[in-house]
Design a protein around this ligand. Structure first.
Ligand SMILES: NC(=O)c1ccc[n+]([C@@H]2O[C@H](COP(=O)([O-])OP(=O)(O)OC[C@H]3O[C@@H](n4cnc5c(N)ncnc54)[C@H](OP(=O)(O)O)[C@@H]3O)[C@@H](O)[C@H]2O)c1
Length: 274
């Protein structure tokens, strides 16, 4: 498969990556190794997932060169004060056994720590060479605007929940305005989209599964997708999404699935910043 990329503020990010939340231990290392052997070139992890050690093991076992893989990790909400942020970043690198990551994200904004302090720390991690690129995750439109003003280094992505049941057009437009890409997490709505009758019907026309339609929809909306699977046979299914195209009517039909109760991931704490 030819890898497709999304370019954003100086970064070139593989349009599909492997999500790894909830993958643990040897099984996690195996899935990562197999994904890389199949052609995945982008792995998404976080200190909070408790699997960075295994991600590093899978990466090394795959035999794929380090500079061919785009590795993202994230600093958790409890570590957003500057000294903590730096410590957490370095600890992630030690667990991954890498000298840098391709992308370092603020995992969730915190209403307790001033954004200016966290953004300063994030930019310093790039300047110190621990991260080639930096970005944000779960940032709303007002927070994106604030972050862009505060950052002294370019932000390249906002990683947010996005799938057919959630309308993220406003957040995506704000990202686009500032040159950030959008990385869609839970892109098959934690499995729900894979069982959707309407998506399945659209997929029949293209000889694709409902899960592939969900991922393709997001790609055509301009997003990067990071589906997770623990099953080796689904790795290939999820990456085979660049050999068909949804037409305008199909895209519109899928957009109509969005609704106010579409979120599948709970936000930690109350989103006072919204
Ligand atoms: N930044 C953040 O705050 C944040 C939050 C949530 C997630 N994320 C990232 O985004 C990644 C993906 O999101 P997610 O894990 O929440 O959900 P997801 O990728 O939408 O869905 C994963 C679920 O769907 C199933 N699945 C995967 N491929 C399938 C297919 N082709 N057909 C049917 N079922 C399929 C998987 O089961 P099997 O394992 O049985 O295949 C798993 O239960 C995460 O792993 C993580 O890296 C980031």
């Amino acid at each position: 498969m030819t890898m497709h990329y999304v370019e954003a503020n100086g970064a070139r990010i593989p349009a599909i990556g492997l999500g790894t939340w909830d993958l643990r231990g040897r099984a996690c290392a195996r899935v990562v190794e197999q994904a890389l052997r199949l052609g995945y070139r982008h792995i998404d992890t976080a200190e909070m997932y408790g699997n960075e050690r295994e991600i590093g093991e899978g990466l090394r076992a795959s035999g794929v060169r380090r500079d061919e893989v785009f590795v993202t990790t994230k600093v958790w909400q409890d570590h957003l004060a500057p000294a903590e942020f730096e410590r957490a970043t370095k600890e992630s690198l030690v667990r991954l056994r890498l000298s840098d990551v391709d992308l370092l994200l603020i995992h969730w904004p915190s209403p307790r720590i001033p954004l200016a302090e966290t953004l300063g720390a994030l930019c310093r991690m790039k300047q110190a060479g621990f991260a080639r690129h930096i970005g944000i995750s779960n940032f709303t439109v007002p927070l994106i605007e604030a972050a862009v003003k505060l950052a002294t280094e370019p932000l390249v992505t906002n990683q947010i929940e996005w799938h057919p049941y959630l309308d993220q057009s406003k957040v995506a437009a704000a990202c686009r305005r500032h040159g950030l890409s959008v990385t869609a997490y839970s892109p098959i709505a934690r499995g729900r989209a894979a069982g959707d009758a309407q998506l399945r019907l659209i997929g029949l026309h293209h000889r694709k599964t409902a899960g592939q339609v969900s991922l393709r929809f997001l790609i055509q909306e301009g997003a990067i997708v990071i589906p997770r699977t623990s099953r080796l046979e689904r790795l290939e299914e999820n990456m085979t999404i660049f050999d068909f195209e949804l037409d305008a009517a199909e895209m519109e039909e899928i957009r109509k699935l969005a609704n106010a109760r579409g979120r599948v991931v709970e936000w930690p704490g109350s989103p006072k910043w919204d």
